[in-house]
Design a binder for this molecule. Sequence first.
Ligand SMILES: [Zn+2]
Length: 309
Amino acid sequence: MKKVLFTLIAILTFYSMDAQNFKPLTAEEKRVIIDKGTEAPFSGKYYLFNKEGIYTCKQCGAALFRSDSKFDAGCGWPSFDDAIPGAVKRVPDADGKRVEIVCANCGAHLGHVFVGEGFTPKNTRHCVNSVSLEFKPLKLPKIVSVPVNEDSIAIFAGGCFWGVEYLMEQQKGVISVESGYIGGRTKNPTYEEVCTKTTGFAEAVRIKYNPKIIDYETLAKLFFEIHDPTQLNRQGPDVGDQYRSEVFYTSDKQKEIALKLIKILKDKGLNVVTKVTKATEFYKAEAYHQDYYKRKGTQPYCHIRTKRF
Ligand SMILES: [Zn+2]
């Protein structure tokens, strides 16, 4: 009897968990959400759908997109130029070219994301299968943009900017990351000029972030973990002072935090060579350097995260 009761409790627990977390899927939903299929274009129920509310994950119910980021791209699938912060994860697609998007909570396949097409000022199209979504009507609270002050810009040089940009962009609260050059002696440098190693410029990223979601210290810690701060004028296979490790601070508070973190690492026995310098003019790099890995749909070769704090 005890055993029967135990089994019964186990079964009930299993089903209540299932009901709570994951909605049972139909065959078509399973084909798209689990097996990463694509619904036929112009067939989905949310393609030409314009009500106010939020779109949630069909499988787990997590809120993914707001209706005010939806637009008609003419492509046959619902398109959104933005996602709810942290709700959608970008992963390189198995095809080696595109960037797949999945629900950050449950991993459900949603579709793909494309950047640089110019449909809206955000220049981003989350192309999503209707089948992966559920619509919930809701009066949406207005988004108030957080003013960007000096403190919400962070500039780091940590080797090849492609990898640093890619990893920083994954952080919740990061608004944008640009690859560029800083700390040199000429004006408007080109990549070729920087590669002559005569200009003094370092490859760097300029990060715009929302200080209400992520703070400078968190970003700076990440910076010290995604590159090797003990390598002088190089990062792995990339050799030369353009690949040096350097924090370019935009306020005294940032300087303090950078020096504090370097001290923590030195106390742990790491021979940190990272320089801490007041930011000078940052020159955005050529377009083909921006979002390099995202466009290629591959992972950085030069940067992986190593826990140091
Ligand atoms: Zn989900």
